[in-house]
Design a protein around this ligand. Structure first.
Ligand code: 4NP
Length: 156
């Protein structure tokens, strides 16, 4: 079993969207018995809340239901439980590195490092943006999800 954790700041926009999109890819490829997916935030502003309604709306239009997800904060055990902790932007990556137990650094990656064709390193935080920012977020997440799946397949 490979355990994958997506991490952003609030765990209500980007990382739950990535959890939903990548989870759907895993289901479609019939890999759900091999790859487990979760998400968390580095901050605790929104603990226990469902994803932002705007994130839910763009995901729903692409056939993905985020309504059952609830925000949680990253915890120390996540660095042991998860084989891959995928930061949605460089700030999230730096925040994870700052709290990473020694020896677990190799588990951390920037999500879009798996999708060079995205020509971006960060999935920008859409929280203060508009609907175009949420669409762009999902476009980048779809590219990242495809790249991550190819990487995991190759690594097997
Ligand atoms: P996320 O977006 O990190 O993609 O979940 C954010 C959500 C909330 C806040 C910041 C980013 N906030 O400051 O409340």
């Amino acid at each position: 079993m490979v355990n994958v954790l997506f991490v952003c700041l609030g765990n209500i926009c980007r990382s739950p969207s990535a959890e939903g999109v990548f989870g759907a890819v895993v289901e479609r490829e019939r890999l759900a018995d091999r790859i487990q997916v979760d998400s968390a935030g580095t901050a605790s502003y929104h603990l226990g809340r469902p994803p932002d309604p705007r994130a839910q709306a763009v995901a729903r239009r692409r056939g993905i239901d985020l309504s059952g997800l609830r925000a949680r904060r990253i915890e120390p055990n996540d660095f042991r439980r998860f084989d891959h902790l995928l930061a949605m932007d460089r700030r999230n990556h730096a925040d994870l590195l700052a709290i990473c137990p020694p020896g677990a650094e190799h588990r951390l990656s920037l999500f879009l490092a798996f999708a060079p064709e995205a020509k971006a390193l960060d999935v920008p935080d859409p929280y203060l943006g508009g609907s175009a920012d949420f669409e762009r977020m999902l476009d980048l997440i779809e590219l990242g999800a495809r790249g991550l799946l190819a990487h995991l397949r190759h690594a097997r």
